[in-house]
Design a binder for this molecule. Structure first.
Ligand code: GLC
Length: 692
């Protein structure tokens, strides 16, 4: 059951697709206080209450104890003290002895979430706008609450099947020759690969929808060559449009008044990669249509996927803030800089980027009215993603395109996926990657993953290998690194063969992973779940922060510590451990419920299959189109006959039908032997373990 409560005059966000009448009774569970234009919602926590949600964020799966703030920020340092990163996903789920409900704060402005931070036993959530809709969601389990919520916000984005392949990326690939070398580096060593991201270096002077004709003289031909190799090129698009005479996107945007404006009606100018830039007013439908159609310039070259970036929006400086900083510098020029003035000078420049004051300098048009940006800040990236997705639909309605964005808001999950932003080559960020997966899934973002190996800082052989072992399971499996960091492609390292072997596991599991992804998307379920969702009565399982459920049948528990040769794992029920070294080299260990120390060499990764379940494994392949989905091995530990249904489709149709894509597989157990049948499938059941 979902109930809606309005406060002030809510600004439409597009997050919710079901229209619910507004209740006129007090909002349950919370004490509400309205003060100085803000509205706060408070409640008291019992000792054992847990709080899940907040999608893409720092800290663990259980968010209790910290202070968060919904404010999309271009902040590459995802340390524990941060209050948020690139996204605002204002869903919370409360679970405890007397509490079981979800709450969604549909507010496009800043919202603070004090979840037992100021005082351990109290929660206070404050909307700074004071204009919002609050949805209270009740059902009989955490999983059911999420499903209800997902029904409210609409079906998750469906990527094409090739987007489940391994993707290589780097800020710095500058020419088509360099990209060809990267592809060759993988293909020569049989490291599977399906895509290469093109970062800002492909553009001409960092201008959206252009490419440097010297570095990419024949983009169409280059794309065609790559397609022959089963590789997709995935260019980046940034939110800011370079200010430049003669640049068509800039000129058209200015002429038609499509950019956000200051109070005096002049277009706002802020800086990003190309220097001074304009920012499309993505909150307007006509602007979305225009910008969405601009992607055609690259779609016409055969491109089938993009990533949208810098759409919080990131601002290096505005004309005004830069002028202020120079003024401070001028005033201090002849001073003997002391404790006060030296810091004033430093701060004047250090605080230039993403300055809160700049977000108050420009306006959007929302339903014909000018709305100051900070009131709707968290919608900007989501509306850019929507613009792209709608543009793709107009371009070819029959085809799925890849789209993943950095900034997001709930609602954008219908239009694209997200990557988890500029992480670092830190072991702590490997763990954070795992913890974000279920939280993002709760909010509808199923197609997601982090920069494997770490974006900033230099990675190491063991970190990348261990991170790939998690990446095998994340729908977006992309190795991405920042300019200036050491080379990070798998083939650059002495242990490249181990990395290759791990990546082959992804391709062998792909029929299962794709099947579970699509079932989850089409039925509003989660692909990754905290153990608390599946084992609500098991107090140990509820508090596990470093293992998550994957699909209906599995649990994952990656190694995320430097030099570790194993890890502690808690099995809430009997499970079969598959210890993978590659798609074809693995061993099987049936394990009873309990606590274990599991030995895992750096080359080994575990997957746990619940007893009584079976999952399919394909033969290894070097690209998604090469996977033979008709010849499958079954893995599992069973006592009796089992039936499963596997979902598959052509991988690009825009209106997949769940029922039509399902194939039933039945596994029959007779004594010590299992045999399996499935229409049109060759199935091998030798790796199904029977009985004790
Ligand atoms: C931003 C993105 C990063 C990209 C870089 C250059 O930092 O988050 O992924 O590589 O910009 O475009």
């Amino acid at each position: 059951m979902i109930r809606r409560y309005d406060f002030g005059s809510p600004i439409p966000t597009g997050a919710v697709v079901r229209t619910l009448a507004c209740e006129n009774t007090p909002v349950p569970f919370f004490q509400v206080e309205a003060k100085e234009g803000q509205v706060s919602f408070s409640l008291t926590l019992d000792r054992d209450d847990m709080i899940f949600g907040l999608g893409e964020n720092v800290r663990g799966i259980n968010k209790r104890g910290h202070l968060f703030r919904a404010w999309n920020s271009d902040d590459f340092s995802h340390t524990e003290n941060k209050a948020g990163i690139y996204a605002s996903h204002n869903l919370l789920l409360f679970s405890g002895k007397d509490k079981l409900f979800g709450v969604y704060f549909d507010d496009p402005g800043a919202v603070t979430f004090d979840l037992g931070y100021t005082q351990q036993d109290s929660v206070r959530i404050t909307s700074e706008n004071g204009n919002l809709s609050v949805y209270i969601i009740e059902a009989d389990s955490l999983t059911a609450i999420c499903k209800e919520f997902r029904g409210l916000i609409g079906r998750s984005y469906l990527p094409p099947k090739w987007a489940f392949g391994y993707i290589q990326s780097r800020w710095g690939y500058s020419t088509d020759e360099e990209v060809r070398e990267i592809v060759k580096g993988h293909r020569d060593r049989h490291i599977p690969l399906d895509g290469v991201c093109m970062d800002i270096d492909y553009m001409e002077d960092y201008k959206d929808f252009t490419w440097d004709k010297k570095k990419f003289p024949d983009l169409r031909g280059f794309n065609d060559d790559m397609r022959q190799e089963h590789i997709r090129l995935i260019p980046i698009i940034d939110a800011g449009v370079k200010q430049q005479d003669g640049y068509d996107t800039c000129e058209e945007g200015l002429e038609k008044g499509y950019f956000v404006k200051k109070a005096d009606g002049k277009p706002f100018v802020g800086a990003v990669w190309p220097g001074r830039s304009y920012f499309p007013d993505f909150l307007r439908e006509d602007v979305r249509q225009w910008f969405g159609d601009e992607y055609r310039k690259l779609l016409d070259q055969g491109v089938e996927g993009f990533w949208n970036d810098m759409n919080e929006p990131a601002l290096f400086y505005s004309e005004e803030s830069l002028a202020d900083a120079f003024q401070v510098a001028d005033e201090l020029r002849h001073e003997n800089l002391d404790i006060r003035s030296a810091f004033a000078l430093k701060d004047a420049f250090a605080n230039l980027s993403n300055n809160p004051e700049d977000y108050k300098r420009f306006y959007h048009q929302v339903e014909g009215k000018a709305v100051r940006h900070d009131k709707v800040h968290n919608l900007y990236g989501a509306c850019m993603t929507q613009a792209a997705a709608e543009g793709f639909r107009r371009y070819d309605a029959s085809k799925r395109f890849l789209m993943f964005s950095r900034a997001s808001f709930i609602g954008a999950h219908r239009y694209g996926g997200v990557w988890q932003g500029d992480n670092n080559a830190w072991w702590a960020h490997l763990k954070m990657n795992l913890q974000m997966m279920p939280s993002l899934n709760m909010c509808g973002f199923l197609y997601t993953g982090a920069d494997l190996g770490g974006f900033g800082c230099n990675t190491t052989e063991d970190l990348l290998l261990r991170w790939l072992q998690l990446g095998v399971f994340t729908p977006l499996m992309r190795n991405h690194a920042a300019q200036g960091t050491r080379d990070q492609e798998a083939f650059r390292f002495s242990n490249w063969a181990d990395m290759r072997n791990i990546i082959t596991v992804r391709y062998a599991l792909l029929p299962y992973l794709y099947s579970e992804f699509m079932k989850a998307a089409l039925q509003d379920d989660m692909l990754f779940r905290p153990l608390a969702f599946d084992y609500p009565d098991d107090d140990t399982a509820r508090r596990v922060e470093d293992q998550v459920m994957l699909g209906a049948d599995c649990m994952i528990a990656p190694v995320y510590e430097q030099n570790a040769r194993g890890r502690h794992v808690y099995l809430p029920e009997d499970m079969l451990m598959v210890r993978f070294r590659s798609a074809e080299d693995y061993d099987l260990t049936p394990m009873e419920a309990g606590h274990y120390w599991i030995e895992l060499d750096t080359t080994e990764m575990p997957l746990f299959i619940r007893r009584g379940h079976v999952i399919p494994l394909a033969k290894p392949a070097e690209y998604v189109e090469g996977i033979d989905e008709s010849d499958l091995k079954l893995l599992g530990w069973v006592d009796k006959d089992v039936s499963i249904t596997l979902y598959s489709d052509d991988g690009y149709t825009t209106s997949p039908c769940l029922e039509k894509g399902l194939t039933a597989i039945t596994l029959q157990v007779q004594g010590e032997k299992a045999t399996a049948q499935g229409h049109g499938l060759t199935l091998h059941a030798d790796d199904v373990i029977i009985g004790d």
